[in-house]
Each structure stands twice: as C-alpha cells, then as structure tokens.
Design a protein around this ligand. Structure first.
Ligand SMILES: C[S@@+](CC[C@H](N)C(=O)[O-])C[C@H]1O[C@@H](n2cnc3c(N)ncnc32)[C@H](O)[C@@H]1O
Length: 249
C-alpha cells in the first residue's frame, strides 16, 4: 500500500482540506481508488468473513420485522433526516456496506468520510456507490480505521453518525466517548443501536452474545443513559427494539 500523509489523503475537496489542519498527523495508506487505510497490514476484521451473511439478513424486511420490530425503511429514513439536518462534513463510523445509505450518500453531494474496520465491508460500500454514481463522487472518502482509535483530532469533525454499530461492543461507553470526542462542540450526532426492549429481541440478543456477534445487550433507556451529561441536546425514539439517538454536542 502507498503511504500517504493525512494532507495528501484529505486534499480532495476544500472542505476536507480545511479538516486536514485539524486532524492529528496520522499516516494513511492508499489501498485502492477511493479507499485509504490507517492500517499498514491486513487487520483481519471480524466482518471481513461475515460480510455477505450480514448483508443478506440486514436487508431483509422479514428479518428486521420479526427480530427487531423495524423495517429497513426506518433506518434509511433516519439516515436521511441526519443528512438533511447536518451542515459540513459527516463522518459515518461503521458505515459497513452502505446497504441502507448508498443511494442517499451517492446523491447527497455532502462531504462524507465513510469509516469502517472491515476492508471487505468498505469495498461492498464502494461498489454500491459506483453503481449509483459515475464518476465516483469526489466528496466521498472511504477510510479503513478503528472507531476506538479515530485518526482525527479532538473536537475536529462537524457531524458524526453511526448506525447499528454500538451494540457490537462491550465498552459501549468508550465507543460513545470516542465518537463524541472527535465531534466539534455544536456538531450534530446520530446513532442507532439494537436493544433488548422486546422479549423476542432479548432472546435473540442472548443467542447472538453466545455466538460472539454482539455483547452486553442493553435496553433503550440504558443506551440513552450512555450519552447523559455529554451533550447539549439529546433526543431519542424507539421503534421495536432499535433506539434512535440524536442531538448536538
Ligand atoms: C452491524 S454492521 C452496521 C453497518 C452499517 N452501519 C449498517 O447500518 O448496515 C457493523 C459495522 O461496524 C463495523 N465495525 C466493527 N467494529 C468496528 C470498529 N472498531 N471500528 C469501525 N467499524 C467497526 C463492522 O465492520 C461493520 O461493518
């Protein structure tokens, strides 16, 4: 992989260029067109091997309805609301293969940094954008990086979103702190998380915990409490067993 400085990496648009001055001096490696990485070598991310399995269930209306009491359109709608209320650059942490967001992102014209720990998921996302936008939008950067070691300076990012990711981790508080940590004061955030609110979801989460797919299932109220005292405004709603959280830092 070609080693780049963050200035090289972030030089595509004026918006990202201005961000470069506020990023920490991380090294980025060019993986291929439109994808850069913070990792010099393959990081063997868990989702590299389960990308296709994940994608096949997460797009299913039946799966989402039965297991989580939601529909895929709930996720797409929340992402659309996020984009329309954010100004400036948007960082999507754990963007995955963009199965609910590719169309929105491809057409948005917004400066987007799409970050994921799995290179396989990033490539799926890139392929989806390529199908929808030719040439690939210059305002979209894809970044292979770790949410717990974000390569950005504290309080440097205009907006942060993360859809369906925080339920994966045991240190959920650390996850929230990491993402809110790089968000500017006054910047907007949008998160979603699976919860144990419905009994069927609770049982399924227990099963997924045994499969080491996710850890420490929490209720909506417990997830919302992770944000307490860290933000200026905080809103939330629950559909089925998915909590949607948004606000201003
Ligand atoms: C359940 S998927 C959600 C994908 C997408 N946001 C969606 O709504 O479909 C979780 C994603 O988080 C990514 N992920 C897991 N651990 C991560 C980490 N430490 N840093 C960044 N991304 C991570 C996975 O690779 C995967 O793509």
């Amino acid at each position: 992989m070609l080693r780049l400085s963050c200035i090289d990496y972030l030089s595509d648009t004026n918006e990202l260029q201005s961000m470069a001055s506020s990023t920490i001096p991380a090294n980025f490696y060019r993986v291929e067109d439109h994808i850069h990485s913070c990792f010099e070598h393959d990081n063997n991310a868990p989702y590299d091997s389960k990308a296709m399995r994940y994608e096949s269930v997460v797009r299913s209306t039946l799966y989402n309805f039965v297991m989580w009491g939601t529909t895929p359109s709930d996720y797409a709608r929340f992402a659309r609301e996020a984009l329309s209320s954010c100004k400036g650059t948007i960082l999507d942490v754990g963007c995955g293969g963009l199965c609910h967001t590719a169309r929105l992102y491809a057409q948005s014209g917004r400066n987007l940094i799409l970050l994921d720990y799995s290179i396989v998921m990033l490539r799926l996302g890139k392929a989806r954008i390529e199908k929808l936008a030719n040439p690939f939008p210059a305002n979209i950067q894809m970044l292979h990086a770790d949410a717990f070691h974000l390569p950005f300076a504290p309080s440097s990012i205009d907006n942060v979103v993360s859809f369906g990711v925080m339920h994966l981790f045991k240190p959920k508080q650390e996850y929230v702190s990491s993402l809110l940590g790089v968000l500017k004061l006054g910047g907007r955030f949008f998160f979603t998380s699976l919860t144990t609110d419905r009994s069927l979801s609770r049982l399924y989460i227990k099963y997924l915990e045994k499969q080491q797919e996710l850890t420490d299932g929490l209720s909506s109220a417990e997830v919302v409490a992770l944000f307490a005292g860290k933000t200026t405004t905080l809103h939330h709603k629950t559909i089925g067993s998915m909590v949607f959280i948004w606000g201003v830092k």
